[in-house]
Design a protein around this ligand. Structure first.
Ligand SMILES: [Ca+2]
Ligand SMILES: [Ca+2]
Length: 314
């Protein structure tokens, strides 16, 4: 039965998230917002196709360019990236608990983007600029983020920085509630039966690039997800599957994603990775699953994505 509290009942939850996001980002970075009336209008405009993101070169980025509404994004042009290749695109993600609002890469970092900044491509599957970069170590991923930050205009340096997502930010991005446990190791696989696509098993069609029947046909000795086919035996170009409600693609599957944190801060021997890959067994696909490896390890199943954070709020 319809309530009379909203003229746009299908978008109530979205509007609520948008309102929370706007409030959080205002505290974090003194950013510019449109009126609540415009938000209401846009929240109900779901019949319209998504517009192309605003695009700006990294050296000309202004704080007012950063998107503050859920569903909006900003494409950042990198020197040396070919014009047809996927840009580094940022979407806003709201805070939760101790996590401050932040901007996250809509896609895993691509080979084209990595090569534009690092002048090399270490990937095992070199099939085009829009495939995710892999065989990249945590140290190299950090260096990529450092070079991005160095490319910001002087006005924004010290105010904003690119880095890897923290383990807690990644959990917010994938839609987990606040988790119990003081370290990534203690949170590992504690929330059961929740995956980036929801709770269904096997994954619904189009959920992401996982170890599917295509993978088994090429890599016959791997264990795959029975009853699931996504059409990719190993890595897929970024953005080919359904995004989550923040507009983030491939959080689950394709390549694992390095995070900032030590897996176990007591030993400081390995860094966290999240999200599973095109290769992994079902337990590794849980949203709460963490894997870890040394900061110098390079694997064909591991890449990363970046976040942009306001340093003023941290
Ligand atoms: Ca696959
Ligand atoms: Ca991924």
């Amino acid at each position: 039965m319809a309530t009379k509290t909203s003229f746009c009942p299908l978008k109530n939850s979205s509007l609520s998230r948008t309102a929370r996001l706007r409030a959080g980002l205002a505290r974090a970075g003194s950013l510019v917002f449109l009126s609540i009336g415009l938000t209401l209008l846009l929240s109900c405009g779901h019949e319209k196709p998504a517009s192309e993101p605003k695009e700006v070169r990294i050296g000309e980025l202004r704080e007012s360019d950063l998107p503050t509404e859920e569903g909006k994004s900003l494409a950042i042009g990198l020197p040396g990236l070919s014009s047809g290749a996927k840009k580094l695109e940022l979407v806003p993600v709201p805070g939760l608990g101790s996590v401050k609002p932040f901007f996250m890469g809509r896609y895993e970092v691509t080979q084209g983007q990595y090569e534009a900044l690092m002048r090399k491509n270490p990937s095992g599957f070199k099939r085009g600029p829009d495939f995710p970069v892999e065989q990249v170590s945590w140290d190299e991923a950090k260096e990529f983020c450092r070079r991005l930050t160095a490319g910001l205009p002087d006005k924004l340096k010290g105010k904003f920085a690119f880095r890897l997502p923290t383990d807690a930010e990644w959990s917010v991005a994938v839609g987990l509630p606040e988790e119990i446990g003081s370290t990534p190791k203690k949170k590992d696989e504690q929330i059961k039966n929740v995956y980036p696509w929801g709770t269904a098993w096997p994954p619904p069609s189009g959920a992401g690039n996982y170890a599917d029947l295509s993978c088994k046909q090429k890599h016959t000795n791997y264990t795959v997800i029975e009853g699931y086919t996504d059409g990719y035996a190993d890595t897929a170009p970024v953005g080919r599957f359904k995004p989550n409600h923040f507009g983030l693609y491939d959080l689950g599957g394709n390549v694992w994603e390095w995070c900032e944190d030590w897996y176990d801060p007591a030993t400081k021997s390995s860094r966290v990775m999240r999200g599973g890959s095109w290769l992994n067994r079902p337990a590794y696909l849980l949203s709460s699953c963490r894997r870890d490896d040394t900061p110098v390890t390079r694997l064909i199943i591991v890449g990363f994505r970046c976040v942009l954070v306001s340093e003023m709020s941290r």
